[in-house]
Design a protein around this ligand. Structure first.
Ligand SMILES: [Zn+2]
Length: 195
């Protein structure tokens, strides 16, 4: 889908980027009065982004995407910060994994092909920031999956005995397969690193 644009020779104008699977419609307003900084805010269900008119091509796309991702990540939700994500993981550990607690849980933006990963030796869990846009039950299922890895590194029967205690694990897998497809991502089978 290509965005529709009304552009003057100065690069000023308004364009609209169609909604995608992981984000709503984005209205881009390019202004010559802006030189460096951008701004993003909600206007109903649409995100309005203001950018410097001088930006072109890929630089412009990256600038817009960055503002949109930052705004989306500011949505108030229990999984908003690393601290609340870790708290959530601990609460899930109480319920589903017989108190296999992680040492730390945090959002990361450098995982391109994994939803989450963990290091059983250090008990660290990292969750892809892409999941911020997902429903909480999906994030919960991913956290329980990683918590189970703290106990069983491989995808063994013993692993699934723990992971599948979360009642929506299979549903979450389906959801994420669709989500990956929508984002044009290729998922790796093995989501564990650093045994
Ligand atoms: Zn796994």
């Amino acid at each position: 889908m290509s965005p529709t644009r009304r552009k003057s020779s100065s690069g000023e104008g308004v364009s609209v980027i169609a909604p995608r699977f992981d984000r709503p419609e984005v209205e881009v307003r390019a202004s010559a009065r802006r030189t460096k900084t951008g701004n993003a805010h909600w206007s109903g269900t649409r995100i309005v982004v203001q950018i410097p008119a001088r930006l072109r091509g890929r630089e412009r796309d990256v600038f817009v995407d960055d503002l949109v991702v930052r705004l989306l990540s500011q949505r108030p939700q229990v999984t908003g910060t690393d601290a609340t994500l870790e708290e959530r993981a601990r609460a899930l550990a109480d319920v589903y994994t017989e108190s296999i607690y992680p040492a730390s849980v945090r959002w990361v933006s450098n995982q391109q092909q994994r939803w989450a990963s963990c290091s059983p030796s250090t008990r660290e869990i990292r969750v892809s920031a892409r999941l911020r846009a997902c429903p909480e039950w999906v994030i919960d299922a991913v956290l329980v999956h990683e918590l189970a890895h703290l106990h069983e590194a491989d995808h063994s029967k013993a692993f699934y005995d723990i992971a599948d205690r979360h009642p929506r694990q299979a549903e979450a897998t389906l959801y994420l397969e669709g989500y990956a497809l929508g984002l044009g991502l290729v998922q790796e089978d093995d989501d564990v690193i650093g045994h």
